[in-house]
Ligand binder design. Sequence first.
Ligand code: ADP
Ligand code: MG
Length: 618
Amino acid sequence: MSDIIHLLPDSVANQIAAGEVVQRPASIVKEMVENSIDAGADDIEVRAIDGGKNCVQVIDNGCGMSETDARMAFERHATSKIKDAKDIYQLTTMGFRGEALASIAAVAQVELTTRRPDDEIGTFIQIEGAKVTDQKPVACPVGTNFSVRNLFYNIPVRRKFLKKTQTELNNIIQDFERIALVYPDVKMRLFHNDVPVFTLDRTNLKTRILEVCGKKMENALLPVEAETSIVNVSGFVGKPEHAKKKGARQFFFVNGRFMKHPYFHSAVERAFDDIVQGGEHVDYFIYLDIDPQNLDVNVHPTKTEIKFENEQIIWQIINACVREAIGKFNAVPSIDFNRSSDDIYIPVMNPSKEVKMTRTPSSFNPFDKTHTEKPSTYNWESLYPDSQQDDGGEPKEVVVRGALSNQVPEQTSLWNDGEGMHDVDVNLESDENRKYINVNERYIVTTLKSGLGIVDQHRAHVKILFHEYMERMRTGQTMSQGMLFPEIIHLSTSEEQTFLQIEADIKALGFELTPLGNGAFSMNGIPSGMEGRDYDKLLHSLLWVAEENKNSMMQDVKENMALAMAQHSAVGYGQKLSDDEMKHIIKRLMTMTNPFRTPDGKVIVHILEQNDFDKLFK
Ligand code: ADP
Ligand code: MG
């Protein structure tokens, strides 16, 4: 068998968008696993030590390399995948630049063992900082085994900037997932410090998604399918009632490549516009198959944005087939399938098999029932362990000077107004007769000494709870409510990793979780006051917030978690408050240093003073 790797001529190499390929250990995993896929492997094992900073090893059962190719593979612009620039627009492989191995070998210590099926003996090569330090024949299994040690060992500044082990591991998991979600027919395993993180057998797409993203999605996905002359769309979208504020798993792939595409993202979100509540998002796993000629993958090697021809039409197709998936799922007679003006006809691959996409009328909301339902009775008192003590005292009132500025105050920390509660200019007023009116189940209007206070009920409660939760995390004083029947919940692998990092805070917030293995946990306790609420969803949101802020200071992580939890648990709009509840909110709010803004800077209170009234009547 002949050698297959060749050097790209400069004229071709120069047309390939270049850039730093190796940024972190996850880059090595991505490049190596993509190479294994391109080599036709159906069994790939990744082993990372210390977040990959110490070692990343990728073992596959692919086509292997000849002795000459094994050596050649480390040259810049050496590839077996394209010959000239126009091949970039006919790609059937993940790689094409011929740069990854050269880049990796320049900044790490690499060992390669490889054998082709027809060769009796394999090849071993050792390279350090781009120099071959050893090469010899070896007996080895068919396939390729790369180990990459001590990334950036020869560039101390860059090595210093590698993140914590857990962060680097999370990045590896993210890149591994993006490939695993495309190749369900490839057995894939990831080990970290010899502990299995993923063990994915060959299976179908749906099972692979569940294994990667968590079994809780089992009954939460709707199939999406369309074959058109421009693009084939397949995959799954989450059912609307599983939409969440944070942490939705959203993936687009085109021709087997993960991509970010904000415009197409809006096509999916738009399909759910009238169905899910504002600010909530659904999970989706959407796979586009398209003629590579209509695609430009030749962008910066580490970027995940891809340019398309016909973006608007593809937007429409995605939007239509997601709507169709939702419509089918509901099969509600009130969808008027005959309204021709709502139909979208899409040119199809096979003219004998015409696909007609029906657009659900935008006013139709099949989930009206669930979404207009008010939350169950709110367990108010239990949120305030110290409310008894407060009951005797009178509300303190803050004297407001001048109009409230609409500008969001500059805050270096969300948590900068919790402690010094008594430094404020407060007026204690004995006012048993203070009146509270709940306007539109949204605002609390009350008389304050300085005027008429209009308080946003949700924001006020967010503020109060935020401080409550920060305090719980600071003191470690858990307010947990034991569950009569512990519930089993499932965390995806990345969620589980995040959980391990912030376990103490999650516990302080009131969650009691016992690991059962394989991503399953028994939920034995939940934050008090959360009874009857969707605490499962809340937990996932908290993990998502922590993951999103993984590169920030711990204090920021805590603040963002406290805020997420407060936003989730606070009274909503449309929830009628009793006099006692309103009194309670106002009283608590007015003891705070800055009762006017939520931790994320939104206005909570407006005060209309005598002057303001006078102006109205001029
Ligand atoms: P590219 O993937 O863009 O071609 P790389 O630097 O990643 O560039 O790899 C260079 C070449 O090495 C590939 O074109 C391929 O021929 C060979 N190669 C890399 N990894 C493997 C592997 N796991 N199995 C077989 N061949 C491989
Ligand atoms: Mg490659």
